[in-house]
Every structure is written in structure tokens, then in C-alpha cells.
Ligand binder design. Sequence first.
Ligand code: ZN
Length: 400
Amino acid sequence: MIDRARLERRIAELSRVGGRGTSVTRLGLSAEEQSARDLVGSWLAGRGATIRRDPAGNLFARIGGEGGAVLVGSHIDSVPDGGRFDGALGVLCAVEAVETLLEGRADLRRPIEVVAWADEEGARFGVGLFGSAAVFGRLAPGVAERRDRQGISVADALRALGERGDPALARRGAKDFTAYLELHIEQGPRLERAGLALGVVAAIVGIYHARVTMSGQADHAGATVMTSRADALVAASEVVLAVERIARARPDTVGTVGEIAVRPGAKNVVPGECVFSLDLRTSRDLDPYVHEVLASVERIAHARNVGASIDELARVPVTTLDPKLRDALRRGARSVGVEAPELTSGAGHDAQNPALAGVPTGMLFVRSTGGSHKPSEFASLDDAALGAQALANTLREIAG
Ligand SMILES: [Zn+2]
């Protein structure tokens, strides 16, 4: 049985690493993220696990001998001023589930590896799902040279950890793993509305991230007549509205422009350049949606006589999770008294990378309230314990 007191104690302990009250700031490849890895590693080292950090900063704790392992875990970084549960709960519950199996002397025929992925959020370098992408050979080109706001590159950050600065060295074959399981808070209201503690993820939305630069002509706001302007912000504004219109017209689709910068950025200067983000997500076909948005960027730029360049940062297709593992997780949930519904995840997850690399992958959602990516995000101890027990029972089934 799950040790609730231990789980509760460790939720608090981990939240103090980079945390203050319920707010946690543990950015990818930072010293705080490393302290969190050390803490998680210390819990399983005492259980005879082999602890290893890979060249991308991921932590693996392996129990058992040779052969394809069942991989279980989540990420350990957070967004700035994030909460205690996003990612962390999946690592905490994986550790708790494995310790419970070991304490119960479960007969495990397959090795189990607990993983704490590095830099899932991408809050520091702008590239999410970093650690899992490195392991499954899905890193975007040039990612090691991306820099944070202080000018520190991904390669520099890895070297500061004592690694060689090349995350691609973390690559492992999909054949190293027989399955990947991830528990994560839902980050949405559906389980809360349904009054259920657990849900099984059927699919994860496809995600496209890009940075768009619209280049017009900076001019005097008084002396430049309206008909001879090339206003980059007006063009960008039209794109923002086009994204909304296109997303609304498609089922199960969202689109967001969440960042925008205007240059030179003075009230009496016509905006000469505008740089903004694109976050496009759908659980249908991603590529036609992306294509429609990018075509509208081109059309608007042309009509307004500004230049447009698009820097694609990530494109992850819609991920369907493994039907057998979905069934196994439903049985795991049923074993703790929860009839878990199937849900689609609107957030991206590390689980996409093993799944797209061909590793059978399953995800379990735990009910959460108070939003997500902020200090108010919350999963109750009751729900966390149910999740950990369901995960342990599922692990016993697929590793036993
Ligand atoms: Zn997360």
C-alpha cells in the first residue's frame, strides 16, 4: 500500500526546492532543477536503484537487471512562479509507486526506470519537452545554441552541470523500453466537473510553436500620412485576429498569440517591427491548421506591404496513446475504486516523445484545481495517493 505520510512529506520537501510557500520556480537546467534531481535520486538510491544523470540533464533511477525497462516518471522543472504539482507529482508518484512495489516484494520480471525529465516547460530556452526529446531523438536542430535571457546557451547550461554540452548524446533506442507511463495533473476542469479523481489520456494534442517577425517601416507618427505607412503592429494585429477566427472555425482547436514586442516602441513612432509568438494546438490534423494560419500571415503581410518571417520552434503531431496501456491504466484506476474516463490532453507532455518514437505509452491524469502554471495549482493528498496506488498497480501488471 502507498505510504500517504511519506508521499505528503515528499510533496512538501520537493516543493521547497526553488519554492516559497506554494510558488515554485525551478527552471530547466538550473541549479534548482539539479537540487531537485539530487533529492529524488537520494530517495531511490537507498532502495538499491542505479542513479544516473544523462547528457541532457535527465535523471534515471533503474531497478532490476538487463532487458527493456518500463519507464515511469514526469518532469521536474517548473515555469517561473509556477506551482507544486505540475510535473513534480508525476515524479513523486512514480517514486512512491516503485517503493510500494519493492516494500511489497512484488515479483517484477522487467526492470523499472524512474525518470525525472529535464526542462519540459521550455520556460528558459523556449524549447519545451527538451529532456525527453533528447532521449528519443526528437530534438529540434540547433537547440544546443539557444540562449536564455542572460545569454547562456543550452550547451553552456549543460556544461555548468558537468555534462559535455551536447544534449543529443542522451539519445537511447526505443528498444531500451517496453513501455512509458506518466502520471500528471490534469491542468483542466474536466475531472473536477465529473467528480472523479483520475482519468486516462487517450490522445495529446498536436502543437506548433513559432516566432513571427513582421517588418514594416518605422516613421514619424505625425508626419507620415495614413496611406503611406507600413505599420508592423497593425499587420500583426490582423494576424492575431486571423488566428482567433481560424481556430474558432475548427473543432477541438485553439490558437494563441501570448507574446508580442513592438520596435522601436515609442508612442510617436509608427511601429517598424513586430515580433510575436504563435501557439497552435489541435487534437485533429495539425498540419492543415498550421498551413492555414501561415498562409494568412503571408496574405496579410503582402496586403499591408510588410515583410514576414516565421521561425518554427516546435511541431509535434497529435499523439494517440497506446490502447493496451490505456486499458491497463483503466484497470489500475478501477483497482482503487475509480471509473476513469478517457480524456484528450490540451497541454503538451513528455509522453509525446516516447510515443512518437514507438514506445508504447500511457498517461494517467490526476484531478487538479486552482488552474495550472501558477502557485494556486492543487492536487489533494487523497487524489495523489489514489493516483500513486493506481500507478503502482498498473506497474505491477505490466512489469510483473
Ligand atoms: Zn507538466
